[in-house]
Structures are given as structure tokens and as C-alpha cells.
Design a protein around this ligand. Sequence first.
Ligand SMILES: Cc1cc2nc3c(=O)[nH]c(=O)nc-3n(C[C@H](O)[C@H](O)[C@H](O)COP(=O)(O)O)c2cc1C
Length: 198
Amino acid sequence: MNKILVAYATNAGSTAKIAEAVAAELAKSAEVDILPLEKVTVLDEYSAVVLGAPMILGWHRGALAFLKRNQDPLSRVPLAIFVTCISLTNTLTGTRTDQASLEGVPLFVDEKLPRAPKKPGRLSLKERYATLGNYLQPILKAAPAVKPVSIGVFGGSLQYFNLQWWAALFALLIIQAQPGDKRNWNAIKTWASGLFKE
Ligand SMILES: Cc1cc2nc3c(=O)[nH]c(=O)nc-3n(C[C@H](O)[C@H](O)[C@H](O)COP(=O)(O)O)c2cc1C
């Protein structure tokens, strides 16, 4: 058994494309299934799992629920998580973004994504909202039995025209994000190519 599952949730489609890129990279050395979360029915036939989803009012609700619900099987295989988002405050001063960690979990942060706070040491509400800790701690808390081998944090894509009105309103008012495609395919491939090597 050497089959890897790449499972993902998406709201507007950009995370699905990232999941495809991760799967393509992994497929160079293993058999890979790629499935949207709602189509995942079995986990025990996989030797490793990648779970990816965007920040949508916290990490995608479906992904959090999936992680909680499958805590038991996911704690028995190497699990890598990836998170897509549009804004990230750089709280990693002096640390290379591919060598950071949170609660002992190695992080791989797309180096093009983090923005320095306007006043280091005094983050605004929006900057505090967009920190790694605020994004990732709820994911780790949701499934304490699971210890991911890595969490990748990548830029996603935000296009207002393909959002529902409530989603556009939230993105505009709360995260005040500029639309655009921040996906960095090199960072995504680099992360995927280093997974499950031990
Ligand atoms: C309602 C909503 C809430 C979002 N919340 C955040 C957020 O808190 N932080 C962030 O950086 N990006 C946030 N985003 C941006 C998305 O994470 C980003 O656009 C992502 O690439 C969407 O992935 P998808 O195309 O797979 O749905 C939000 C987008 C929407 C529509």
C-alpha cells in the first residue's frame, strides 16, 4: 500500500487547482488519488493524506469538520495540511518562512505571501486577524490527536465576481483584501515534493 490521498475543500475553485498541483508533484513517486472532501469515503487504503482548504471565515468549515470527524484514522498516517489565504501578516521576523514551526508542527509558508505589519509590535485588528497563529491554532485544536508532518500556507486567489454577495462583503469589509491571484506554483511544488520522504 503506497497510495496517497489529496483531499481538498474549495469555495471558489482556486484551492482545487492547488490540490491538483500538489497531487501532480506527489504522483512523480507514488500513486495518488485526488478528491473533493465530500467524495472521500475511505481513508484506510491510504498510506499518507494531504488535506487542503482555504481560509473562509476561519479555515473552511467542511475541512475542519472532516479533520475532527476523522481524527482517529488521520492520526495513524502521515498527514500534511495546506491552507490557502489572501493575506498574511508577517510575524516571523528573522525566521526563514520555510523553517518556521507552530506548536512543534513544521510550517512551510510561501515567502511571497507575508506582509510586514505597519507598526511591528503593535498590530492592527486586521493584521492580528491575519497571523499564522490565528489561522492555524484552531486547526491544531480541532484535532489534538493529529500531529501534521507539515502545514503549508499558500497564497490563493480572490476574485470578487465569482463570490456570493455575503462572501464578497466579508472579504471587502473584514479582510479588506485586494482581488488577485497570489498562487505561487513554485512554492507549492517545492512543498509537495518534500512531503512524506521519511
Ligand atoms: C468569505 C471569505 C472569507 C475569507 N477569509 C479570509 C481570511 O480570513 N484570510 C485570508 O487571508 N483570506 C481569506 N479569504 C480569501 C480566500 O482564502 C482565498 O481567496 C482563497 O484562495 C479561496 O479559495 P477557493 O478559491 O478555493 O475558495 C476569504 C475569502 C472569502 C470569500
